[in-house]
Design a protein around this ligand. Structure first.
Ligand SMILES: [Zn+2]
Length: 110
């Protein structure tokens, strides 16, 4: 797998984990309680979940743009997470930086 694909793959995994975390949290907690795994439900599962949630949260929040290497979501004092594009250069999440350099070069030529 190309390094760029790897960067975006981890980005999407973290983002989807964050988005689905409330459902996973409640779903897995209820499932463990209903099946009688109370120790797991009340100690091991919350610890593991938190251990996965914090790196995912900070990994997405402080994600660096593959093209301009600046913060993807943070620009100055603003944090914009809903656009899913780089706040500095406009690269959309999942896009290849090289391809966009070419299209940028084409528009500059016009
Ligand atoms: Zn950028």
């Amino acid at each position: 797998m190309a390094p760029m694909q790897k960067i975006w793959r981890w980005y999407w995994i973290r983002l989807w984990f964050l988005l689905l975390s409330p459902v996973l949290w409640i779903g897995c907690g209820v499932l463990l309680e209903r099946t009688g795994h109370l120790t797991l439900a009340h100690s091991v599962f919350p610890a593991l979940f938190a251990a996965a949630l914090f790196p995912a949260f900070f990994g997405v929040l402080f994600f660096r743009c593959p093209r301009c290497k600046r913060q993807f979501y943070i620009r100055g004092r603003e944090t914009i997470v809903f656009q899913n594009r780089c706040q500095s250069c406009g690269l959309r999440a999942g896009e290849s930086p090289e391809r966009d350099d070419q299209s940028e070069a084409l528009t500059k030529r016009d």
